[in-house]
Design a protein. Structure first.
Length: 593
């Protein structure tokens, strides 16, 4: 094989196709050499409907659709290693726990494993009263018979029968004309009905899918479905499900919505059918297509957890449900334990969840950037429980999905003071004053730049301790005595320096300035407090208070932090932490008699 150089021309200005068959490609004038066979000329634009009465754009979704989970069939069918019995049982238990009431459990006529799983569910009475199992079968008589065998003894079941209807399937796969395709559908529907009649103890429901609906001419899709409806004769009390698959997603979601709305308008007995959607994600728009399809009049949705499925996957039920939830709509699924869902799904499918997966990915509530962290921190501080959620950069309260705020803000070299402050506050109960936030984040950033990696909460704490809580300079407060006078305060303090105990004394107009004077009296440096702050610490800490001090020792500013049961001791120790940082300046403290 050798590389071939081709010329690929890029259109100067973008062009929106309104009707597909213009026959012309966009005008081009920029030459870009392309190697290999990468050539868009191989493809045609997808035909759109010439629809002038569309109403779906002005609709909004106000309630959850009827959900159907197809993880155990469409999802399973796409796996490199299909689920084993244990994995299927786990997936089933999860789907039931999340609240799915309709669950497609397999294709029993095509797979012995699916057949056995179906039998296990029925014989071991695993199906809750409010859950209906659904099984898929091609519109072929023998397969339909086998499907009913798999369902023997079930209290309720949906028989989902399908055949392909698109031109490529008709012409190249089945080599049948339209009448031949309608005939398959009609005969399949009849067989489904006949077999059901033989088993009156089960409450049967029927579903039909014109496979590749979205690639089928709309008139023909409606014709086939009407043929099936004609056989089944559903009623408003006993509806049939007509499922409209975008088996391969070939167009923008608005095209699908046009197809769904047209279908809903023109299908027979609309009041006796449940219009279901089954979108795939080839263009990355399965969710958008499903949402627009709901706006266009559909009632039901088939999808999988995390969107596992053929090729780029099925429509992701989790994302769609969370999209509704985040708009204040009850999704009628309980997704409150996102980590359990992603764990079970990835263990069953052996596909890991992308860390940026909508709503449930590990990183989707995490901000690394300083400005985002700052905004999140400010909004979280103002968010009232009784008020609607309104936090910048967080479209949802992570706690709703069982996540904590701990992982919301994570720190790397791009993070700013807000992030470091947030972690110190959340994990260690420290409310750093602003002047210290700047210093603290500078230290953490230096570390992140050197390590070229994320800095964990524990590492941040160590940096803070080493930088601002040091007694490495050797000065430690052992005890103090304070005399309060009307005009001033006088202090006498005992310090440990290395293995030496010394006494320092001083006066000032407050305890802190008295302590500084006492140190000054023993040092050859001036000590001036620039900022100080303090607060009580939450319960569970063995210290009750924390103090923050910024002090000038000589000509240099240092920041110190100290915790103690006694607030004054905390302040004195924070001053000593500043002094200790100045140790390189060769300070000498001498005892004052
Ligand atoms: O994608 C599809 O068309 C299907 C049908 C069998 C419903 O899975
Ligand atoms: Zn499918």
């Amino acid at each position: 094989m050798h590389a071939v150089s081709q010329t690929y021309k890029i259109p100067i200005s973008g062009k929106i196709m309104t009707q597909f068959n213009t026959g012309k490609m966009p005008s081009t004038n920029t030459d870009v050499p392309v190697s290999g066979t990468f050539s868009h000329t191989k493809y045609r634009p997808f035909p759109t409907l010439n629809k002038t009465d569309r109403r779906w754009p002005s609709q909004t979704i106000t309630e959850a659709p009827i959900w159907c989970a197809v993880d155990l069939r469409d999802g399973n069918q796409a796996l490199i290693e299909p689920m084993n019995v244990k994995q299927k049982q786990r997936m089933w238990a999860l789907l039931v726990k999340l609240g799915f009431k309709e669950i497609e459990i397999g294709f029993p006529s095509a797979s012995q494993e699916d057949f056995d799983f179906c039998r296990w569910l029925i014989e071991h009475k695993q199906i809750p009263q409010d859950v209906t199992i659904q099984v898929l079968v091609q519109a072929r008589e023998a397969l339909i018979e086998r499907t009913y065998e798999a369902l023997e003894g079930a209290e309720r079941a949906i028989i989902h029968v399908y055949n392909s209807t698109s031109p490529v399937q008709r012409q190249k796969v089945f080599k049948l004309d339209k009448a031949g395709i309608v005939d398959i559908a009609r005969k399949g529907a009849q067989k489904v009905k006949d077999e059901a009649k033989k088993r009156p103890n089960t409450h049967w429901r029927f579903e039909y899918s014109p496979e590749s609906f979205s690639s089928t001419e709309i008139d023909f899709a409606i014709e086939v479905c009407n043929a099936v409806i004609g056989v089944w004769q559903p009623s408003p009390e006993h509806k049939a499900i007509i499922n409209l698959p975008a088996t391969v997603e070939c167009a923008t979601p608005n095209v699908f919505a046009d197809q769904v709305e047209t279908f809903c308008d023109r299908v027979n007995q609309r009041d006796s059918i449940i219009v279901s959607l089954h979108t795939h994600n080839d263009r990355g728009c399965a969710i958008a297509a499903a949402e627009l399809g709901l706006m266009a009049g559909a009632d039901r949705i088939e999808g999988t957890l995390m969107g596992n499925g053929e090729r780029t996957g099925n429509m992701d039920n989790v994302t769609l449900a969370m999209n509704l939830y985040s708009q204040g709509i009850d999704p009628k699924l309980n997704l409150s334990n996102a980590d359990e869902i992603t764990k079970i799904v990835s263990e069953c499918t052996q596909i890991n969840t992308h860390p940026r997966h909508p709503w449930v990915g590990e990183l989707v509530y995490t901000a690394f950037s300083g400005s985002h962290q700052d905004a999140i921190k400010k909004c979280l501080a103002q968010q009232q429980e009784s008020e609607p959620w309104d936090v910048a950069y967080l479209p949802l309260d992570p706690k709703d999905l069982g996540r904590d705020y701990q992982s919301v803000i994570r720190v790397n070299s791009q993070s700013g003071k807000g992030g470091v402050a947030y972690i110190l506050e959340q994990d260690f109960g420290l409310h750093l004053p602003r002047w210290l936030q700047i210093e603290a984040s500078r230290k953490v950033q230096e570390h992140a730049e050197q390590s070229k990696s994320e800095v964990s909460g524990k590492e941040i704490w160590n940096i803070i301790k080493q930088s601002f809580m040091t007694n490495a300079g050797g000065h430690e407060l052992l005890s103090y005595h304070l005399d309060r006078h009307e005009e001033h305060e006088a202090i006498s303090a005992e310090l440990l320096i290395g293995d030496q105990t010394i006494n320092v004394k001083g006066q000032g107009d407050g305890a802190l300035s008295a302590f500084c004077t006492a140190l000054e009296n023993s040092l050859n440096r001036r000590i001036e407090i620039i900022h100080y702050d303090q607060h009580a610490l939450g319960e569970g800490s063995n210290a009750n208070a924390v103090a923050y001090v910024q002090a000038k020792v000589g000509n240099i500013r240092y920041c110190g932090i100290a915790k103690n049961k006694d607030i004054l001791s905390a302040n004195f120790n924070a001053i000593l932490a500043c002094v200790n940082q100045a140790k390189n300046e060769d300070l000498n403290i001498s005892s004052v008699a």
